[in-house]
Ligand binder design. Structure first.
Ligand SMILES: *[C@@H]1O[C@H](CO)[C@@H](O)[C@H](O)[C@H]1NC(C)=O
Ligand SMILES: *[C@@H]1O[C@H](CO)[C@@H](O)[C@H](O)[C@H]1NC(C)=O
Ligand SMILES: *[C@@H]1O[C@H](CO)[C@@H](O)[C@H](O)[C@H]1NC(C)=O
Ligand SMILES: *[C@@H]1O[C@H](CO)[C@@H](O)[C@H](O)[C@H]1NC(C)=O
Length: 437
C-alpha cells in the first residue's frame, strides 16, 4: 500500500502527466519531468510553435530553450549556446538569421544562428547601445505588430529604460525612446491599438516590488506614468517583469504578463508568474488578472479558469492544540483559525477526490516566512511538496496551490499543520479544491 501510494505521489510530483493549467508560482515541469529553467526570458511565436528562452539558473546563466504549442507543455531544447553569465536572453529575427541578445558584463551581447533551435554563436563583442557609452542591463524585447520592426529594451546606466531599433543586420541602432524619470529595470513592451505600453520594475534586487506601467502614443511618443498594474501591497504578486506576450486568437486577443518569482539569490528555486492582463486603451490602464490557475486557448485566444471549485472553511474543520477560531475581516466566511503552531492542527475529513492529480489552493498567512514551515498530510501521508517554499506567497494573494492525488471517493482527510520556532504561527482561512483541475 505504501509503495503504491508513494509511486502515485512521484507520478504527480515528477509532472509525468500533461499540464492542463498555468499555475503561477508553482514549480513548472517540462515534458521530461525536469523543472523548467528559463528565467528572465521571453516567448517567441514561430508558426504555431511558441519558443521560450531564458537564462538557466542551474547552469551558469546559459540560454536554455523550450517549445510548446499550448503554453502548458514545454519540450526542452537545452542550451542554445556555450556562453555563460548571459542574463535575460531575448530572441529577435531582424533578418533571415535568428538572434539572441542578453546582458553580459553589463553590456549587450548578440548571438546569431542560422536556425531557430541551437547553434547560436557570439556575433562580435558585447556592446553598449547608442547613443551613449554607458553600461546596459536587463535586456527586453519588443516587435512592433504594425511594421514588424524589432526593438531592444535595456536599462541604461541601470536606471534609464531605453528603446533601440534593431537594424536589419542585427546591429543596435538609434534610440527611439526612453524613460527619463525614476530608476527602473526589467522592461517589457506591448502594443494595443496605437498605444505602446511598457512595464518596468523598480530596483530592489531579488525582492519583488510593485512593477509599473508607462504608455506612449507612438514608438517615440513621450511616456506617461508610472501607473500601477496591481495593488501595490501585492508586489506584482511576488514577481518581476520579464516580457509581455500577445496571443492573437480567432475570438480574442490576450495580453500576458510574464514575470519571475525570484528566490533570494535568483537561483534554481525561482519560479514564474504568468497572468493575463486587462488593458484599456481609452483609460490607459493595464491590470494583472490574478488567477490561482488559468490557461489560454492558443487558437481562440480565450482565457479560462477552473469552473468547479469546492471550498472548505478552516473554522468548520477539526481543530487541535492552541489553534482557535477567530474573526477575520478579510476572510470569505469572516472567520478563520489562528495560532496554528507546531502543536496545533486543522483536519478536514470527508473530502471528495477524483483519484487523479488535482489542484488545491491553501489560503493562509504566516507570521514570519523564514521562521517555520507549513505542511499538509493527505490520508496520513506527508505531501512531498514543500509548501513552505511558497510561504512568501502565503497571504500575498491568499492562495498557495498544491497538486496532489486524493482517493476517488469522499473519505479523504487533509491535515494542515506547521513546524517552526516558537514565534511561528499560521493564520488559516480554508482550502479550495478544483474538481476539473
Ligand atoms: C543577417 O545579418 C547578419 C549581419 O550582417 C549576417 O551575417 C547574416 O548573414 C544575415 N542573415 C541573413 C539570412 O541574411
Ligand atoms: C467522514 O469521516 C469520518 C472520519 O474519517 C468517517 O468515519 C465517516 O464515515 C465519514 N463520513 C462519510 C459520509 O464519508
Ligand atoms: C523571522 O524568523 C527568522 C528565523 O527564525 C529570524 O531570524 C527573524 O528575526 C524573524 N523576523 C522577524 C521580523 O521576527
Ligand atoms: C522546505 O523549504 C524550506 C525553505 O526553502 C527549507 O528551509 C526546508 O529545509 C525545506 N524542508 C524540507 C523538508 O525539504
Amino acid at each position: 500500500m505504501l509503495v503504491s501510494s508513494a509511486l502515485l505521489w512521484l507520478g504527480a510530483a515528477a509532472g509525468s502527466l500533461a499540464a492542463s493549467w498555468i499555475v503561477p508560482g508553482t514549480v513548472w515541469k517540462d515534458t521530461s519531468g525536469n523543472t523548467i529553467d528559463a528565467h528572465g526570458g521571453m516567448v517567441y511565436l514561430r508558426g504555431t510553435t511558441y519558443y521560450w528562452i531564458g537564462q538557466s539558473a542551474s547552469n551558469a546563466e546559459t540560454p536554455y530553450m523550450y517549445k510548446s504549442t499550448d503554453l502548458l507543455n514545454w519540450t526542452p531544447l537545452g542550451a542554445q549556446a556555450s556562453i555563460q553569465y548571459m542574463w535575460r536572453p531575448k530572441i529577435a529575427k531582424p533578418n533571415g538569421s535568428f538572434w539572441i541578445y542578453g546582458q553580459v558584463n553589463r553590456l549587450v551581447q548578440p548571438l546569431v544562428s542560422t536556425q531557430m533551435e541551437g547553434g547560436y554563436a557570439t556575433k562580435g563583442a558585447a556592446v553598449n547601445v547608442p547613443p551613449n557609452s554607458l553600461t546596459y542591463s536587463d535586456t527586453g524585447m519588443f516587435q512592433d505588430p504594425g511594421d514588424g520592426a524589432w526593438y531592444l529594451l535595456t536599462s541604461a546606466d541601470h536606471n534609464t529604460i531605453q528603446v533601440n531599433l534593431i537594424g536589419s543586420d542585427g546591429t543596435l541602432g538609434a534610440r527611439k525612446n526612453y524613460i527619463t524619470s525614476g530608476a527602473y529595470e526589467a522592461p517589457g513592451m506591448f502594443k494595443v491599438g496605437t498605444t505602446y505600453f511598457i512595464i518596468v520594475s523598480a530596483k530592489t534586487g531579488w525582492r519583488s516590488n510593485p512593477n509599473k506601467m508607462f504608455w506612449a502614443d507612438g514608438i517615440s511618443g513621450s511616456f506617461n506614468g508610472p501607473y500601477d498594474i496591481a495593488p501595490e501591497a501585492e508586489n506584482t504578486y511576488n514577481s518581476q517583469n520579464t516580457f509581455e506576450l500577445t496571443i492573437t486568437g480567432s475570438q480574442a486577443t490576450t495580453y500576458i504578463y510574464m514575470g519571475d518569482s525570484w528566490d533570494s539569490t535568483g537561483g534554481p528555486s525561482s519560479t514564474y508568474i504568468w497572468l493575463p492582463m486587462a488593458v484599456s486603451t481609452s483609460a490607459h490602464t493595464v491590470t494583472l488578472q490574478y488567477h490561482a490557475m488559468w490557461k489560454v486557448d492558443t487558437t481562440t485566444g480565450v482565457v479560462s479558469v477552473p469552473s468547479s471549485k469546492k471550498r472548505y472553511e478552516a473554522e468548520d474543520a477539526v481543530i487541535t492544540g492552541r489553534a482557535a477560531v477567530t474573526e477575520c475581516n478579510d476572510c470569505i466566511s469572516k472567520r478563520s483559525v489562528h495560532q496554528i503552531d507546531s502543536g496545533s492542527q486543522v483536519t478536514f475529513n470527508n473530502i471528495t477526490g477524483t483519484g487523479e492529480p488535482q489542484w488545491i489552493s491553501l489560503h493562509y498567512t504566516v507570521s514570519n516566512v523564514t521562521a517555520g514551515e507549513a505542511h499538509i498530510f493527505v490520508n496520513d501521508q506527508l505531501v512531498p511538496t514543500n509548501i513552505s517554499d511558497m510561504n512568501s506567497r502565503a497571504g500575498c494573494h491568499k492562495t498557495v496551490p498544491v497538486e496532489l492525488v486524493l482517493k476517488a471517493d469522499d473519505s479523504n482527510t487533509i491535515k494542515f499543520g506547521a513546524v517552526g520556532s516558537e514565534d511561528f504561527e499560521i493564520h488559516f482561512d480554508g482550502i479550495e479544491i478544483f474538481e476539473d483541475a
